[in-house]
Ligand binder design. Sequence first.
Ligand SMILES: [Zn+2]
Length: 430
Amino acid sequence: MNWREILYKSGAKKRNPSLYKHFNDLLSTDFSHRKELDMLQLERLQRFLIFAYNNSPWNAERMKRAGFNPSEDFSIEKFKKINPIGKEDLVQYNEKIQVGEEFFDKVFYCESSGTSGKVLTFKRDENWDSFNRAAQMRGYSWFGVNPWDFNIYFWGYNSNWKKKLKLRVLDFFVNRNRMFDYSETSLKSLRKKLKNAVFIEGYSSMIYEMAKLGLDQSHSLPNLKMIKGTSEKIFPHYQEVVKKAFGRKIISEYGAAEAGIIAFECPEGNMHITEEGVYVEQDENGEILVTNMLSYSFPIIRYRLGDSIKLADENFKCACGRSHRIIAEVTGRVGKIIVGFNKQYPSLTLYYIFKNIYFEKGLAIDYQATQNEKGKLIIRFLEKLDSKKEDLILEQAKIYFKDDIKIEFEQVASFRMEKGKLRDFISYIS
Ligand SMILES: [Zn+2]
């Protein structure tokens, strides 16, 4: 054991006493057969629902309304009668969802802000928190990565020095080098750090931006085992650039603070659902519903995360040997709408327009679209577009929008208006 490992483990022991128990459990079911996983899920789901029924008043009401008592006659069919909920419900009925602290040795206070602007606060019990960390650690282990290995975190911008200092201290314990800014000096030091980095993580748009700067040649990153993108859609052309610069593609971790680690990409490139912890369903519109079976202190049941997904065929067998179900693609956020003169279009349409251009013409274009008024869309670019490219975009857009939307182009210095997530579509129409 090196001192990094000792430091990490002693910190974990204090903060998350059940971390290694969960980690070992997860390793023991890593290659479980489909039937075993099904049984394990049913058992955990029932146990969790009974607890929620008895201790979370609002969730008890939901189950009663559906005529479902999980301790009397439990079945998946009955469970599916519970009406799905969204983030606004978790905010509105927050107090009635919470379970009394007397059940838990320890709770952590959590915050989750969504694109809708609502901030959700809740308590996460130690068991839940540790499971989450363990699920992430299992994913890391697939790449031979330890959480205490030297790593670089591409973060958003933050100018608040107090917050920076606090993060630096926290980062020290997990051997993390966080990039706060992208000045000449920071980039110079990054070049040195990259040589030692075992893994890189962050918003995929940030990793992509760094890769575009042509920071390093792949052969000079001998220690790098994993590049992990979180929270954002990973566009195909990101992968191409990142692979060239860092020698590896970005793998995805899919999850949310309240929903847990939902899936983690394996070395074969498939996102396996953490079925030991979450029960995932897909509604008739292709939207994901998550039940977080560890969320005892704040039960999350049949929760609309707001993403549409594509599940892999049930008979598909991943070459890695794992039987955990696979999310083939997180296709995008639900509910963002581009408003035409006569019709409305999902914001995902933009993604398809530029995806087509990339695959058909081999042109990778970074874009961001904004809408202020009905029937008009402003598409912004970092580069100056020639008329050929403009025509190509207009041509593709016409396939989807016909003449219902007028498109204007604008060149900007940066897409980032605030820290955090990069958005490909921003609407100011309520
Ligand atoms: Zn796999």
